[in-house]
Design a protein around this ligand. Structure first.
Ligand SMILES: [Zn+2]
Length: 271
């Protein structure tokens, strides 16, 4: 075993340990991260120039291109309204008089209110009783104004793949959005693609940064010739608004671009 192999072994171990410690990670995302880690750090064929990272990842997951794009789509960094509205109590939310509980009768009027700091929405529902409608009135007014002042919502889903790897994610998510209807029309959030870059929201635990493993890409192809390289978060731009940063990443890629040795496959084309 060479020192390089030993180093890769330790890195893979750290990656797996970190991934298994991330309790909110969807299982598909976990599979893809572990597979990407395996094919770049441990796979005996990782130095084979005829097999791209994409192809070997597809092989170890026993998946087709569509499945890989689905997994990428599931990790698109985004605000998922269901996650903030789903925990709303069902039934009328007006308080009862003299009793310490909410009315709870079936809802006749419902609307969303947007948080001026996070842009997240919360659902309000009220029944048809005059007293409950009266209670709802100022809330409805406030909610109506909150819609016009709503900032871009801070993402609360996805963004985990960029936490571990640098791999031209913006282009990948955009391509996934073309192919997979569930994220059709996806746009990169201005807060950044990686979940550790998003502003902290009170009451929400933010994923911790992890040294990012750079996957080498050139002209939309994924190259595996070079030994993997860890990019530390401190070396990255400090600002969480990383759209500018994405441009710098692309120029970094062009530095390591190598002449094309294999024809690109459908899966590798990301532009
Ligand atoms: Zn009520």
């Amino acid at each position: 075993m060479t020192p390089d192999d030993r180093d890769a072994l330790v890195r893979y171990d750290q990656l797996a340990s970190r991934v298994y410690g991330e309790t909110r990670m969807p299982s598909g995302t976990r599979d893809l991260i572990l597979a990407l880690g395996w094919v770049t750090l441990r796979d005996p064929r990782r130095h084979d120039p005829t097999r791209s990272i994409w192809e070997r990842t597809r092989d170890v997951l026993n998946a087709d291109n569509k499945r890989i794009w689905q997994l990428i789509a599931e990790d698109a960094p985004r605000y998922d309204v269901r996650l903030t509205e789903a925990n709303t109590l069902s039934g009328c939310q007006a308080p009862m008089i003299r009793v310490d509980r909410l009315c709870g009768r079936s809802t006749m009027h419902g609307f969303s209110e947007f948080d001026p700091a996070t842009g997240w929405s919360r659902y309000w529902g009220f029944c048809n009783r005059p007293r409950c409608r009266e209670y709802a009135k100022p809330i409805w007014e406030r909610a109506r104004h909150s819609a016009t002042k709503r900032p871009e919502p801070i993402p609360n889903a996805g963004g985990l793949l960029p936490l571990f790897f640098t791999w031209g994610w913006e282009a990948k998510y955009l391509k996934a959005a073309e192919l997979i209807h569930t994220i059709h029309g996806w746009k990169p959030p201005s807060y950044g693609l990686s979940a550790d870059e998003w502003p902290e929201v009170p009451g929400q635990e933010k994923p911790k940064a992890f040294p990012k493993l750079r996957l080498i890409a050139s002209e939309g192809e994924i190259k595996a010739e070079r030994a993997p390289e860890l990019v530390t978060t401190s070396a990255r731009a400090k600002s969480f608004r990383s759209n500018l940063h994405a441009g710098q990443q692309r120029s970094k890629f062009s530095v390591v671009a190598m002449p094309r040795q294999t024809p690109p496959t459908e899966g590798d084309r990301v532009t």
